[in-house]
Design a protein around this ligand. Structure first.
Ligand code: ATP
Ligand code: MG
Length: 556
């Protein structure tokens, strides 16, 4: 499905979840409270899909005067880490959201265990001792019902003893699991006696070595929601078939809170992958340069790429919330930041691939300071000075010795305007012994500063910087990370990687004021696109990343 960005202005306020919550509030359900949570598993960095969930959860609570918890679903210590937790907190805060409480599923391990004991006591859970393979076999298929485990009818006492033993570390991993006793013949496989505890003798970064068993997601999630007093548990579509289980557990355990689960369509983006599992592969294989590589759809990658919180929130608003999964075009994301920066970014000049131009009729040491507006239609953005000198740089691609048809920039004996400067004419091409062009000798028309040239038209305008009054910088230009619209359709998604997703211009020359740009300040480099000063930028070695080109380069 492609989104139409034109009619989506109010999509965030008219989506089905919004309507449902508004109705609940109007009916006084949950005492009119809207309490939500964002529940990431800290097993990787957040991506733009999570931003959708964050905007929805925090957005709904805020709109209806409620609150949102940030909860780490930290039940799988093998894959989780504190690095991921701090990255997640940083990203949520950077997006501009504040949580009421910072929660951890692991804080509820004691309560979850007590609930499990209660379930065993009422005959709603049992310890199974089949092997993992046997359990899979007994589970049946979508077409065939499962069959009961021979251990399903253990007595309550036997189950309690075994569960206690599991907890105390008396058994090896895989020896037993605790399962809910629901229905092995259910048409919903999630209800065929799902396991809720497994033995895992892993150190947990928060609970240490206290636990030899860890609760599984379906059991942990609904109870964590209930313990925190969540009213609306919003999650992605793949949990729709788990909802009966979510409700079953609450029904049987009767915790104080009674959250309700509602599913919405996850975000998918063309030309990238949104799954922590895949993102980890990209990071660990070194294909990209860390979790905040500007080519990644992670929130920290998009941040380093130069996206603002406002642009990501606007993106989430434009894509809206629907019941079905949507595949969104990359343009929708890029348009939000392009539109924002068109308004807000000061203009500068930067030459990525410099070709020297000598103005032969300009006195050697003469420096003319030109007053140039920082923004074409925002006088309040002020002016800056740029120096016009005898030696300049223009973009190598703005000169063609043998121009293709309709080429409007500099050609032998042709004229071009230097943006905010003079019209110059190319008189001579200087080449090295191998025939490479090393510089151009040009003359200028002194009567063309801020004025049209007399008696002729000069169509082309090129950007430039002074050779003596500019600084060298690295400029990184990014392209799509994958060559295919849906990398996951390939046998191995890594085969769909675009080998040219990063081009680095190490010898760019930029206006001198850009050397002191602090990280995360954004500019338009005239004719080149929008750029952000990278985290690694310094006065000695300025570094800029291209956020997006000036125009949509994705149009097919
Ligand atoms: P991943 O597959 O990327 O690891 P996940 O769903 O396992 O995603 P969690 O950390 O469990 O990641 O997700 C936290 C919350 O973010 C969940 O409520 C989940 O539904 C939501 N979420 C994850 N991916 C998306 C997505 N692509 N679009 C919208 N919401 C998402
Ligand atoms: Mg998950």
């Amino acid at each position: 499905m492609k989104t139409d960005t034109d009619n989506s202005a109010d999509s965030d306020s008219s989506n089905f979840i919004h309507n449902m919550i508004a109705e609940d509030v109007a009916n006084g359900k949950h005492q009119g409270l809207v309490a939500t949570r964002f529940p990431p598993e800290p097993n990787g960095y957040l991506h733009i899909g999570h931003a959708k969930s964050i905007c929805l959860n925090f957005g709904m609570a805020k709109e209806f005067g409620g609150w949102t918890n940030l909860r780490f679903d930290d039940t799988n210590p093998d894959k989780e880490s504190e690095e991921y937790m701090s990255a997640i907190k940083r990203d949520v805060e950077w997006l501009g959201f504040s949580w009421k409480s910072l929660c951890y599923a692991s804080d509820y391990f004691d309560q979850l265990y007590d609930f499990a004991v209660a379930l065993v006591k009422k005959g709603a859970a049992y310890v199974d001792s089949l092997s993992a393979d046997e359990i899979r076999e007994y589970r049946g298929t979508l077409k065939a019902p499962g069959k009961d485990s021979p251990y399903r009818n253990r007595t309550v006492d036997e189950n309690l003893n075994l569960l206690e033993g599991m907890k105390n570390g008396d058994f090896d991993e895989g020896e037993h699991v605790l399962r809910l006793k629901i229905d092995m013949a259910s048409s919903n496989i999630n209800l065929r006696d799902p396991a809720i505890y497994r033995i895992k003798k892993t150190h947990h970064y928060r609970t240490g070595d206290k636990w030899n068993i860890y609760p599984l997601y379906d059991y942990t999630h609904c109870l964590s929601d209930a313990i925190e007093g969540i009213t609306h548990s919003l999650c992605t579509l793949e949990f729709e078939d788990h909802r009966p289980l979510y409700n079953w557990v609450l029904e049987q355990t009767q915790p104080a809170g009674r959250p309700e689960q509602t599913e919405f369509g996850p975000l998918n983006l063309e030309y990238t992958v949104l799954s922590k599992r895949r993102l980890i592969q990209l990071v660990q294989s070194g294909v990209v340069d860390g979790w905040d590589d500007p080519r990644l759809p992670t929130i920290s990658g998009l941040r380093r790429r130069g996206f603002t919180p406002a642009s990501l929130i606007e993106f989430c608003k434009r894509i809206g919330v629907t019941k079905s999964a949507a595949v969104i075009e990359m343009q929708v994301l890029e348009n939000t930041i392009r539109e924002e920066l068109n308004e807000s970014a000061p203009r500068r000049m930067a030459v990525l691939d410099p070709l020297k131009v000598v103005i032969t009729d300009w006195p050697t040491d003469h420096v003319q300071a030109l007053e140039v507006a920082n923004h074409p239609n925002q006088p309040e953005a002020g002016n800056r000075t740029i120096n016009f000198t005898r030696e300049l740089y223009i973009e190598r691609s703005d000169f063609e010795e043998v121009p293709p048809p309709k080429f409007k920039r500099l050609v032998p004996d042709g004229e071009v305007r230097l943006r905010s400067g003079y019209v110059i004419k190319c008189d001579e091409i200087i080449k090295d012994a191998d025939g490479n062009i090393v510089e151009l000798h040009c003359s200028h028309d002194a009567d063309t500063l801020g004025k049209k040239p007399e008696g002729r038209k000069v169509k082309g305008v090129v950007h430039w910087v002074s050779a003596s009054d500019s600084v060298q910088a690295s400029v990184r230009i990014y392209d799509r990370l994958f060559n295919r619209e849906n990398p996951m359709a390939e046998e191995d998604f890594m085969d769909a990687l675009n080998p040219d997703s990063l081009s680095i211009f190490e010898h760019a020359q930029v206006e001198p004021n850009l050397a002191s740009a602090s990280p995360e300040t954004r500019f338009q480099f005239e004719r080149q696109g929008y750029f952000v000063a990278d985290l690694d930028t310094s006065e000695a070695h300025p570094v800029f990343n291209r956020v997006v080109a000036l125009r949509d380069t994705w149009a097919k």
